[in-house]
Design a protein around this ligand. Structure first.
Ligand code: SAM
Length: 280
């Protein structure tokens, strides 16, 4: 089943959180000269047109990136992420939103590498053509979870693995944990960043319990909620679970999340959280 299209949601509060964390991890990896691999298991289309029918229909980006991208007093932690958004919109109109592969493309250096997988028959060709001239990138139409076995460890022995499935099938909540365990067996020093939606809190609690059971250590949880938890339909919060986070990430997110929450949820409901699921 591949009915999910990210174009309906591009630039929403969940993307703002995900791409802030992604860009801070990439910036930290760049502090060493040694190359690294950026592996994106569920890459999406790469670029999203915000005045498309899909994006306009939900208008989610209006309560996400549109609220912060042109502000002048933004916290320093947002600089790499917002620069990627601004560079894609040089006219000053918010026309395009960069998905995770384009944020990575913007931030990676000449000697780093990108490995991107996307299964959707419409999004895959868009992603492939976006990277046609980028010699650092390999784009494949294959199952993202398989890549965690096939592409790890990277030759450089350094890397960020972003796992961002649509969770349209319930088994994704287990598949992500199995996938991480497989990846970690092969590449235990890599940074793994898993995105999750909070629709039913119980599902996330179960997923986290299963992740703890793997025995993996150094697991940081980062969350931004725009509403209180609920048993009704719809996403109330989203988060990132980061394994082997760069040492500054905890402090960076503790410092930037209250500001982000204030901008994205001016009504003041919901919450933010930065907490170790499993410490050192
Ligand atoms: N990571 C993207 C970003 O931040 O811009 C968004 C990705 S979107 C949430 C999830 C994507 O995963 C969808 O485009 C969907 O078609 C794709 N997908 C679903 N199942 C997949 C699988 N098993 N392997 C690879 N891609 C998959």
């Amino acid at each position: 089943m591949l009915s999910y299209r990210h174009s309906f949601h591009a630039g929403n509060h969940a993307d703002v959180l995900k791409h802030t964390v992604q860009s801070l991890i990439i910036s930290a990896l760049k502090e060493k000269d040694k190359p690294f691999l950026y592996l994106d298991t569920h890459a999406g289309a790469g670029r999203y047109l915000l005045n498309s029918e899909q994006a306009e229909r939900t208008g989610e980006y209006m309560e996400g990136i549109a609220r912060i991208w042109q502000q002048s007093n933004t916290p320093v932690e947002l600089a790499p992420y917002l620069q990627a958004v601004r560079d894609l919109n040089p006219s000053g109109q918010l026309k395009y939103y960069p998905g995770s592969p384009l944020i990575a493309r913007h931030l990676l250096r000449e000697h780093d590498q990108l490995q991107l997988t996307e299964l959707h028959p419409s999004d895959y060709p868009l992603l492939r053509s976006e990277f046609q001239k980028d010699l650092r990138a390999v784009v494949s139409r294959s199952d993202g979870y398989q890549q965690l076995k096939a592409k790890l460890p990277p030759q450089s022995r350094r890397g960020l693995v972003l796992i961002d499935p649509p969770y349209e099938i319930k088994s994704d909540y287990q598949a992500v944990v199995q996938g991480i365990a497989e990846g970690y067996k092969r590449f235990s020093t890599g940074v793994y960043a898993l995105w999750y939606p909070v629709v039913l809190r119980q599902q996330i609690k179960r997923m986290i319990a299963e992740l703890k059971d793997t025995g993996i250590r150094r697991i940081l949880q980062i969350e931004l909620a725009v509403k209180p938890d609920s048993d009704q339909r719809g996403m109330t919060a989203s988060g990132m679970i980061v394994i082997n986070p760069p040492w500054k990430l905890e402090q960076q997110m503790k410092s930037v999340l209250p500001w982000l929450h204030q901008q994205l949820v001016p009504q003041g409901i919901g919450h933010t959280l930065v907490e170790w699921i499993v410490p050192e």
